[in-house]
Design a protein around this ligand. Sequence first.
Ligand code: EPZ
Length: 423
Amino acid sequence: MDRFLITGGKKLRGTVHISGSKNAALPILVATLLTDDKCTLHRVPNLRDVRTTLKILEYLGKKVTYQNNTVTVEANGPLKKDLPYELVKQMRASFWVAGPLLARFHEADIPLPGGCAIGVRPVDIHLKGFEQLGATCQVESGNVLISARELKPAQIVLRFPSVGATQNLLMCACLIPGETILENTAKEPEVDDVILFLNKMGAQIKTDEKGRLIIHGVQKMHGAEHTVVADRIETGSFILAAAATRGDVTVADCVPEHNAILLSDLREAGFTLDVTDTAVRVHAYEGEINPVRIRTAPYPGFATDLQAPWMTLMTLCNGTAEIDEDIFENRFMHAPELVRMGARIYTEKSVARVTGVKNLSAAHVQASDLRGGFALVMAGLCAEGETEVERVYHIDRGYENLEQKLTALGAQIRRYNPDKDEF
Ligand code: EPZ
């Protein structure tokens, strides 16, 4: 399995161009199941999770092409209504095919997505919503058979603004005649991008003055063309890597307002940032990094996906910073690996207390999940000496051309596979 070898101590300098958003591309690709017409999607990042989703679309019966970040999806005969465990276990987001399949065929037979390293990640909100839309959900030997004689509009209040449940229920409601109202939905920018795409396909979705999603079901949806929104988590990740290495980096082709709270927290930590409509410049800063407390929360709160990279920055702060991870129950797996690199971190349940140190030291570490993996790469960029990060496949799920982008910013990082490459 691939590893990263990083020789740290280099300040990142230059400009990095942000890719399309993984967490918008995945649901948008799934939304193409709602039509037999051809859909064309641009700025689809070349990631493991995207390739898995394309495999899922092909398995279900779609014809897919993928060239230079452009994907086309079109019908190629009738669609299947089930997914094999093999595919779902690779990526939880596969569960989102339930919404479109239920909407079109009133049936979906999908393996329940297991948990993952960061938490149990149940899908109760999805299933409860489907039941309120008139479906029955029968769990049997790890699968859930969702079926409905007739789907009916409903007024649904999500008990938690789940991103996936919002998107799954949205896609299902598009084809249900009548008015469905979704309340307490996720407001992440990726959800907005999915809504934009669904409306381009002929859906009728709007947001009312209370922030509720109002969906008027339509008979049929048609093909559409769409360019995926910039990845705000990749944006935040590079901003934090620039800050931690005391570099001077312009993060371009992004949507700075999607990272508003991160930018505000970074300024409070002592950094100077120039922000335009499409770019953020992190100025080199040699001063003390102030400890800043964060709590992860649904958008526009501090993104849980940036908690791990933020922790790496706080390992170098001047004092003790508190981090409250209030979204996932087990999202500190990067902490013990950072401690092995000399960080001082104390975690208890959903709270981590990080007491800054002067320097991190290189070590051999392993990634347990996507964002924790990036946090370890970031630590390797800051630490004196050569850091080896194992299980890079986690990181490949969500960062397109990571080592190329970092190398272009002056980092010394290379990928190698001890089973294949000469050391
Ligand atoms: C999406 O996951 C993202 N993934 C995650 O990004 C992100 O961390 C998460 O939203 C929160 O922002 C994709 O978009 C592909 P949730 P999702 O449903 O939809 C609980 C990354 O690194 N919950 O908003 O699965 C759940 O257990 C990934 O790119 C229920 O209890 O997240 C969690 O504690 C990691 N019941 C919380 O809600 C449900 O039915 C947030 O989950 C659904 C969720």
